[in-house]
Design a protein around this ligand. Structure first.
Ligand code: ZN
Length: 77
């Protein structure tokens, strides 16, 4: 027996979740991300942010059909 043996410190599960707390309720559409968009999906509503990647300010979520138009390249810009 070795009474001086230190107990292993437990992993801290909260350390990873603090990097992007704003993403806790969201996901990213890969097809929109490939199109250079923020592509963040607001899961409760199913809407997607169509602003450019790394845009300033808060996300603006649009209907899925608008997102689909961006993916298809039909957006007039
Ligand atoms: Zn956004």
């Amino acid at each position: 027996m070795n009474p001086d043996h230190p107990a292993p410190s437990p992993e801290d599960p909260s350390s990873e979740g603090e990097a992007r707390p704003d993403l806790s309720n969201t996901n990213v559409r890969e097809d929109l991300a490939m199109a250079g968009r923020c592509a963040l999906v607001h899961l409760p509503t199913g809407r997607t942010c169509l602003l450019p990647l790394r845009h300033h300010g808060p996300c603006e979520f649009h209907q899925p059909q608008e997102a689909q138009e961006v993916v298809a390249g039909n957006l007039d810009s």
